[in-house]
Ligand binder design. Sequence first.
Ligand SMILES: [Zn+2]
Length: 270
Amino acid sequence: MPELPEVETTRAGLAPHVLGRRITGVVLRRPDLRWPIPDEVGAMLPGRRIEAIRRRAKYLLLDTDAGSALLHLGMSGSLRVLGPDVPVRAHDHVDLSLDSGQVLRFNDPRRFGCLLWQPLGETHALLRDLGPEPLDDSFDGDHLFLASRGRRAPVKTFLMDQRIVVGVGNIYAAEALFAAGISPLREAGRISRERYTRLAAEVKRILAHAIGRGGTTLRDFISPDGAPGYFEQELTAYGRGGQPCPNCGTTLRSALVGQRATVWCPRCQH
Ligand SMILES: [Zn+2]
């Protein structure tokens, strides 16, 4: 599943190809993805210039002077910039033709992605209640500490709550908690400000590192036949239950926390 670093890498990879380009046509090969594609997408986009491509959480926004196309890659979606004659493959659901002659093509086999419309000056309902971006200055230990007071949920569940901070998925939550030495099972409301400061720093470090590595795989996002290049993860905890802890050799434990597979070291994380 594309996580925040993959979405950010997609944004950066698409930007040089779409910024300032005028959309000359919209092809919708089906009326819906996860949700129906609103009429505005086909009605408003043709003739408009793409003024910006932005990311908010795991959503991408293509801004025009009439409003924004709001995209989510879901579980299996990818966006590619292709020449005009590249044949359409299975699951190529949407094309935006650009005045460069290229086509921005959205492929999504499982159709958990979406293409929606955000009118100019409005914030789409899906974006309204989101917490801060993890790499913004407004996300820090104080934010986590204050938001967690009185919360009895396990800290891992708390950290993955998009209203607290966006874009910390299961993999990155596990890795950040391991790096910060905090047990994923610990009650969110009972963790000190100091430990949250460490946790926020680890979240930033791990996400920034993954985004930085993405820079080397940008080509994959615009290749006509390659699958999207999701990052080879350098994982220390996630997916390693039953293996020795890389720090201390203790067998890593695994359990479901908030219905999500969770791995931690019972010695290093408390
Ligand atoms: Zn350990």
